[in-house]
Design a protein around this ligand. Structure first.
Ligand code: GLN
Length: 486
């Protein structure tokens, strides 16, 4: 399959279609599917069509801005766009109009991509199913009775259903990769610091990264290349040069060492998912990769560690929603305290409140050493183990998620069950390394993602291995019922 984005940009170049037509189709398909799939929180109808016309005019002048010029894209609604409502799927920000445009989105606009809308998510990106959105859930296009994953569920659905060929999500503990796996698309989290987080509504600042969704690794690499790089507006963004990830992408896996960390294949892994990863392992081996069993002894502690560090940072980041500075302000009470309590009480959902309480607790005097500081020690140990493992292997191969996509309601009442969905994705965030989920196969008609992880800043090898897999398999070409794209 030629990658959807290169196919579209060839069509645009040969003038067999205009960006205006493409965007019109994307908007029409998205709005007619909205009741069924609910991937969007906002469609930028008029604005997107206007920008598409500008793209067409640029092209007519011979001044096209590259492979994304004129291509429709969707972005998760926790990235700000000046003048547009940015909700983070929270009642708190239901009417909040952003004053700045996130750097990643500015880069998209500079590359000529047309942002057609903002996608649904779990409130403030806390969750793994989109059931925590304050507005509505999004449905998995492969089976509308199962969740699309989360928190970037809307972006995954928008790409999987063919509404757009590309989308952006954010990944703090798996929010790009897990929904990508559940929806049979590619989703990638860059190295921490590779993409600017300026304008991304903060969840946990030592973990958050923005990254691409696409149907092929090639398109994900194209989108990644547009958004990566240093930004003066984000002091955590690296000044290191961005590698050209596309130049070695065709080099295949012969001679590469692919590690299987044994802790990712232990108790709790659905055997059907294990089989898909095992099949992928065989594909790589047949293609000439060397398969190595490795160990990350602290990996089983990653989930507990994450669910201390994340709430700690989130409780601090979300303190800004106080009824004064942003969003909802309830002022019918008896003074300042009452305003804080009512604004936060009415504006924030149950999962968000739970994490603020856990975070405040693990940071509190008398407990921070036992919880928060202990978690930081485990994080450091795990990071060191990853460094050592990447002396032995080029990439790691694991399942993306321990289970198949689950039914709506199956985990919503039990937060611990929901947190288990993140078992295999949080280690990469804790270690600040790049990771990617890609279509690995199907069980009973539902997609299963496989995960690749690479060492810090080595996105190039990860894309190379992922691309090789897509040259050898056709899982990524499978589309769900009522698919809308080319
Ligand atoms: N499911 C994870 C959580 O709920 C991932 C969140 C994320 O990556 N934004 O924290």
């Amino acid at each position: 399959m030629t990658s959807p984005v290169s196919h579209l940009s060839e069509q645009l170049a040969s003038k067999s279609i205009s960006s205006h037509e493409l965007v019109q189709q994307a908007l029409a398909a998205s709005s007619s599917d909205q009741d069924r799939l609910g991937d969007f929180l906002l469609l930028r109808n008029d604005q997107a069509l206007k920008e598409a016309q500008e793209s067409d005019a640029r092209r007519a002048r011979g001044d096209s801005h590259g492979p994304l010029d004129g291509i429709p894209i969707a972005v998760k609604d926790n990235m700000t766009m000046a003048g547009e409502v940015t909700t983070a799927a929270s009642k708190m920000l239901e009417h909040y109009r952003a004053v700045e445009t996130a750097t990643a989105l500015q880069k998209l606009q500079a590359a000529g991509a047309i942002i057609i809308g903002k996608t649904n998510l779990d409130e403030f990106a806390m969750g793994a199913s989109t059931e925590n959105s304050a507005f509505h859930s999004s449905k998995n296009p492969w089976d509308e009775s199962v969740v699309p994953g989360g928190s970037s569920g809307g972006s995954a659905v928008a790409v999987a259903s063919g509404h757009v060929p590309l989308a952006l999500g954010s990944d703090t503990g798996g929010s790009i990769r897990q929904p990508a796996g559940f929806c049979n698309v590619v989703g990638m989290k860059p190295t921490y610091g590779r993409v600017s987080r300026s304008g991304l509504i903060a969840l946990a600042s030592s973990l958050d990264q923005i990254g691409p969704f696409a149907r092929t690794v090639e398109d994900a690499a194209t989108l990644y290349s547009v958004i990566a790089g240093h930004d003066d507006r984000d002091a955590t963004s690296s000044t290191r040069t961005v590698d050209d990830v596309r130049s070695g992408m065709e080099d295949g896996v012969r001679g590469l060492r692919i590690g299987l960390p044994k802790e990712f294949f232990a108790d709790g892994l659905d055997p059907q998912v294990a089989k898909v990863v095992h099949d992928a392992r065989n594909v790589f081996q047949k293609a000439g990769a060397e398969i190595v069993e490795v160990s990350l002894p602290h990996a089983p502690q990653a989930l507990a560690t994450y669910y201390i560090i994340l709430p700690a940072e989130a409780s601090s980041n979300l303190a800004r929603y106080d009824g004064v500075r942003y969003g909802l302000s309830v002022r019918d009470g008896a003074g300042l305290y009452d305003m804080y309590a009512k604004s936060r009480g009415q504006g924030l959902g149950a999962e968000v409140k739970r994490r603020i309480m856990i975070g405040t607790f693990v940071l509190s005097a008398g407990y921070s050493d036992a919880f928060y500081h202990q978690a930081l020690r485990v994080r450091a140990a795990l990071t060191e183990e990853f460094h050592q493992v990447f002396d032995q292997v080029d990439v790691l191969l694991t399942p993306t998620s321990p289970t198949m996509p689950f039914k709506f309601g199956a985990r919503a009442a039990d937060p611990l069950q929901m947190y288990l969905a993140d078992l295999y994705t949080v280690p990469a965030n804790l270690a600040n390394i790049p990771a990617m989920s890609l279509p690995g196969g199907f069980v009973d008609g539902l997609p299963v993602g496989i995960q690749l992880m690479a060492k810090q800043w080595d996105e190039a090898t990860m894309f190379r291995v992922g691309h090789a897999f897509q040259q050898l398999t056709d899982w990524h070409t499978k589309t769900p019922p009522n698919f809308r794209g080319a």
